[in-house]
Design a protein around this ligand. Sequence first.
Ligand SMILES: Nc1ncnc2c1ncn2[C@@H]1O[C@H](COP(=O)(O)OP(=O)(O)O)[C@@H](O)[C@H]1O
Ligand SMILES: [Mg+2]
Length: 244
Amino acid sequence: MNALLEVRHATRRFAGLVAVNDVSFTLAPGEILGLIGPNGAGKTTLISLISGTLPPSQGEVFFQGEPITKVPAYRRARLGIGRTFQIMRPFPGLSVLDNVAVGALFGRGGGQPKLALAREQARACLDFVGLSRFVDQRADELGGPGRKRLELAKALAMQPKVLLCDEVMAGLNHVEIEEVIDVIRKVRDQGISVLVIEHVIKAIKSLSDRLLVLHHGEKIADGAPDDVLANATVIEAYLGRRRP
Ligand SMILES: Nc1ncnc2c1ncn2[C@@H]1O[C@H](COP(=O)(O)OP(=O)(O)O)[C@@H](O)[C@H]1O
Ligand SMILES: [Mg+2]
């Protein structure tokens, strides 16, 4: 099997609601996969099933050919599955540097146990995402765009093989979006596969090798961005709402 990550028939129910309904897809090494769909479509839930912060009601997740469905989240991080959170959770009292150092301490392969070396790794990640100037500030002093970059740096400090990005461009202006796109391209150029949730169609189209569309928890399209965005079902379910 060539896929780095594979989701097979994943379903997640919450009480009476089916948030993710029988979704299957693969992510290849070095691929950028865009995940789109209206609010409530199940995008964040799907990422949680992959990172292990939520168990699926049904279905399986494979990483590097091995089943990980029953592997807890912290061990999936050690295997190399990194994620950002849509609802950002910095450690508010810690410096920007130490927020990212925490990622390095608990990353792939068990992390870097020496704090000084974890901080060095953190510095490199902050430089990578363009936050070098803010290393000594407290994390809660960062503005919205800074916090998005901090989420990316925290996840990258874990040295993931696959990075799951949940709306890291939300609330950013055009210039900031372009900058984050550049960062994600650089991440992929390091050989890391990326799954990215994003609402700005222009941004996701230019960034993604492939697009996957969720609607009411179901996968309604999966393919080349141009084909997917021209697909009648996708236009009706999602894009059509924004056009007269
Ligand atoms: N922890 C939860 N408990 C109950 N319902 C949830 C929970 N998380 C998400 N949902 C519901 O599941 C559906 C999908 O949510 P979500 O995955 O956050 O969608 P998206 O990220 O695409 O906006 C929504 O109807 C949401 O209200
Ligand atoms: Mg979401």
